[in-house]
Design a protein around this ligand. Sequence first.
Ligand code: FDA
Length: 303
Amino acid sequence: MANLARNFFIGLSNNDFLNKSARKFGTRFGAERFVAGTVFDAIVPVIRELNQKQISCTMDHLGEFVTDRNEAVHAKEKIIAMLRQIKEEHLDCHISIKLTQLGLDIEESFCIENVEQILDVAHACDIFVNIDMEKYIHYEKTLEILKSLRKSYTNVGTVIQTYLLDAEKDLSGLEDVRLRIVKGAYKEDSTVAYSSKEDIDKNFLMIAKKRLLGKAFTSIATHDHRIIQELKEFIEEHHISKDRFEFQMLYGFRVDMQHQLVKEGFRFCTYIPFGEDWFGYFMRRLAERPQNLNLLMKDVFYT
Ligand code: FDA
């Protein structure tokens, strides 16, 4: 049943017609619980409030699988404007980008040019840029582009998805790159990804521990309290300094736990998605946790 629901929502997340139609309306159907808004100006007070609570943020201007050049250029311009505003408003905030939003499916060199322009401005503003990891068909290309960008830029990193069979192997060569560790949000074939929660969690813990003992900064991105607890014990046991890693969670998820981790003295970063392209993101959140649908129903019927 859980698998059926997951496949249903993942199917909706990939539906081009629904994604395009949803743009015409603001966030709907309770998506505003997980998507902070559609324009950056409206999100600035949200970031400020989180910063005041010692929570830093990473901004995702939503959009992916772009096939139109103008749309990719428009996305790049919006991201650059956001970087400038983050700097001007002194926000404690970095950004997360997706290569398919910046033209990876159109032409690789065009996408790289767009990313380089973003990285130039980010570098001038002293802001870190994370390249989110998308579906497996883009995985190897994303790592290849990241490695090539790292020859000229130090302010860029990416994500390792622990559902991938090759995740541990691919850590090599990324020892000095800032990485975010996640379980993985897409539906992948069993030839490339683990499907059982047990295997994915085991791989997450192994990879996160390996990174925590390494030299580069690591973002541990999960809402899974069991994983967080085991890692907290590992961190204490190995006397790992709290400035070498952070916990990350998505906006609107386990807010009490976000605050609790800050209270315990851990660095914490909230991933804030915003923009008109909210539909695919929202459907993936429903796919990974159908209980999110229950939360939304409660909002609809009890508020
Ligand atoms: P999972 O969903 O497996 O939940 C484990 C357990 O935790 C549940 O069984 C439940 O007990 C508890 N739990 C989880 N959520 C809860 C809630 N809301 N309330 C109460 N209990 C809850 N993916 C990707 O492919 N590429 C990317 O670039 C990113 N980026 C990214 C950034 C950040 C900051 C996060 C947090 C996540 C991503 N992801 C991602 C998504 C990620 O791959 C994954 O799909 C989701 O985080 C869900 O997996 P979890 O690790 O949170 O645990």
